[in-house]
Design a protein around this ligand. Structure first.
Ligand SMILES: [Zn+2]
Length: 197
C-alpha cells in the first residue's frame, strides 16, 4: 500500500492536464527525493501564482501588474489587437517576436453544442475596446477548429460595418489543430500570411 501522504500527492498530480497515473507516480517519487528546500520552492511557486497572478483588466492576460506588461508598454502598437482564446496562447505568439500589437484574451470560444454563447466569453470587452477607438486591425488567432472558426466569423460579423480590418491567421496546422501546439516557425508564418476575413 502507498503511504497516504504519498498517495495524496499522486492523486493531486493526476488532476494536471496530460498527467496519467504512471507519470504522477514518477513525479511524486521524484519530488520525494528532492531536498526540503527544492520541494518548498516548488510548493511556494504554486502558491505564488495563485496569490500574485490575476487577469489584466484591459486584455484578460495573466499578469502581476495592472495593466499587464503588454498593455502598459508604450512601444506596442495599440492599433492592432490579436484575439486569442486563452492566456497561454499569448505566450505562443509572443515567442515569434513577430507581433508588436496588443492582445485580447476571450477566455474561451463560441460553442453552441456546449452552450457557450457570445455572453459566456469576453467578446463584450473586446467590442468595448474597439468602440473606444484607435483600432485599425484585429488579428483573430482563435484555434483552427469548429469553435475557433465560429468565434472568428462571429467577431468579423460584428465589425462588418466598421473600417477595421479583420484578419485570420493562415494556419499551416491541420484543421482541428490547436494553437497550443504551433511551433515558432509555424506561428510566424501564420502571422505573416494572415488573410482578411
Ligand atoms: Zn493587458
Amino acid at each position: 500500500m502507498t503511504a497516504p501522504p504519498l498517495a495524496n500527492l499522486i492523486n493531486e498530480l493526476t488532476k494536471l492536464p496530460g498527467v496519467g497515473g504512471k507519470s504522477a507516480s514518477r513525479l511524486a517519487y521524484f519530488i520525494l527525493k528532492k531536498s526540503d528546500a527544492e520541494a518548498e520552492a516548488l510548493a511556494a511557486a504554486i502558491l505564488d501564482v495563485k496569490r500574485l497572478i490575476f487577469r489584466c483588466s484591459v486584455c484578460n492576460n495573466m499578469t502581476d501588474v495592472e495593466p499587464c506588461g503588454i498593455c502598459g508598454d508604450s512601444r506596442r502598437d495599440r492599433g492592432v489587437i490579436c484575439v486569442v482564446e486563452e492566456a497561454f496562447n499569448v505566450v505562443t505568439i509572443e515567442s515569434t517576436r513577430e507581433f508588436r500589437g496588443t492582445y485580447h484574451v476571450l477566455l474561451g470560444a463560441l460553442s453552441p453544442l456546449r452552450g457557450v454563447g457570445p455572453d459566456e466569453i469576453d467578446i463584450g470587452g473586446l467590442l468595448r475596446r474597439i468602440r473606444a477607438g484607435g483600432i485599425r486591425e484585429l488579428i483573430i488567432a482563435t484555434n483552427p477548429n469548429v469553435e475557433g472558426e465560429a468565434t472568428a466569423l462571429y467577431i468579423a460579423q460584428q465589425l462588418r460595418t466598421t473600417e477595421i480590418k479583420v484578419t485570420r491567421l493562415a494556419f499551416g496546422l491541420p484543421v482541428g489543430g490547436d494553437l497550443e501546439y504551433a511551433d515558432q516557425v509555424t506561428m510566424t508564418k501564420a502571422l505573416q500570411g494572415r488573410r482578411e476575413l
